[in-house]
Design a protein. Sequence first.
Length: 141
Amino acid sequence: MTSKILVPVDGSENSRRAFDKALSLAKDSGATLTAIHVIENPPTVYVESQKLLDNLLANYRKESSKVLDQFEEIAEKQGIKIQAFIMEGDPASNIINYAKNEGFDMIVIGSRGLGKIKEMMLGSTSRKVIHYAHCPVLVVK
């Protein structure tokens, strides 16, 4: 039985569909639902000052909060209370480690997110999560 579901979100349409599926699964099973948004570290090659980097990260955090607020609002309208967290770093590693450390039973993830160029070069986040997660992973198209 599934009791804890983790759904990574990035604001993309695929992550929205994954969130909707995770919400439905949580309602049907009585599982708790946690949404996370992982801020990828910006490339620092072109950043000339720490102040500029700090401002960039602050803007990323603000946008991440808006994304999570939207998903929390969707859940509340359906009578589901969710937990939501922002993390920073490599998305796949953060998702995999958080799911394992917090004892999640399932990860529901969109098949593609917002990082399409990076996906072509390095492989998608969902693919890495499928291969390395300790629990079942449902990929939503």
